[in-house]
Design a protein around this ligand. Structure first.
Ligand code: FPP
Length: 246
């Protein structure tokens, strides 16, 4: 089945094969605001609005798994005012996500919840619990997330299991590591999208992106709308994925 995105000037035909998991690195909010002479926090507000737009569009397209890099383990070093503003945007979102349940969307947070304020932590835990049986789409939000931190955590869990005699060190394999990641049971990333002209992964899902395709664009995240996503999907459709084979 071909999917069609309606355009004002042209009609884009999306590829038959869409990614099973798209990872979005929501970069460029600060520059978006600066270009308009606004404080950086305005950029994050617009970025969060666009996040909702893209989630809805992915749902419409039938993409089964989407993940977003909202806040890294390193982002705490930003000025307190900016961190507080992002936490408040996050809080507003958590207070207003009834649509997840009505739309049959499962919410999974990637990252250590312990560093968040208690009210945020409780809302995150409740939302995961409330949506755990939702089947149509999984929405992952990486918050206080770092790929290396996630792997170190998995190593600690496995080392403890070995020390307790639950497993043998020689039995540790790729699957047992994957099973201790925040993404347990979820598919690897097929397509990473990073707007704003930066060509790096920035510690995002480093294990899960081992065979991902990458799409970079100069467009800043608040401007990365549904038309831009169509372009990324068309480009993804042209890639020849061999997964190390020939
Ligand atoms: C990167 O842009 C963006 C962030 C570090 C924060 C993104 C957070 C949000 C969009 C809100 C999170 C909440 C929800 C509900 C998704 P940047 O600030 O590094 O941009 P710059 O490189 O232009 O400075």
């Amino acid at each position: 089945m071909a999917l069609f995105g309606k355009k004002e000037k042209e009609e884009i035909v999306l590829p038959e094969k869409l990614p099973q998991h798209i990872g979005f690195i929501m970069d460029g909010n600060g520059r978006w605001a600066k270009k308009r002479g606004l404080p950086r926090t305005f950029g994050h507000v617009e970025g969060a609005k666009n996040f909702r737009t893209i989630v809805r569009y992915c749902k419409k397209l039938g993409i089964q798994n989407i993940s977003f890099y909202a806040f890294s383990t390193e982002n705490w070093t930003r000025p307190l005012e900016e961190v507080t503003a992002i936490m408040n945007i996050f809080r507003d979102y958590l207070n207003d996500v009834q649509e997840l349940l009505t739309e049959n969307t499962k919410m999974v947070f990637l990252g250590d919840k312990d560093k968040f304020a208690p009210d945020l932590r409780e809302k995150m835990i409740k939302l995961e619990e409330d949506t755990k049986d939702c089947k149509e789409m999984t929405l992952m939000l990486a918050a206080n997330y770092g790929g290396r931190d996630e792997l170190a955590r998995a190593a600690r869990i496995l080392a403890k299991k070995a020390a307790d005699g639950e497993i043998k060190p020689e039995d540790i394999n790729e699957q047992s590591i994957a099973d201790e990641l925040y993404t347990k049971g979820l598919p690897d990333v097929d397509l990473v999208i990073r707007p704003s002209g930066e060509y790096r992964l920035s510690n995002y899902l480093i294990w899960q992106c081992a065979y991902a395709e990458y799409y970079f664009t100069d467009v800043l995240w608040p401007d990365f709308g549904t038309d831009e996503l169509d372009k990324a999907l068309v480009e993804f459709g042209k890639r020849n994925r061999r997964f190390g084979g020939v």
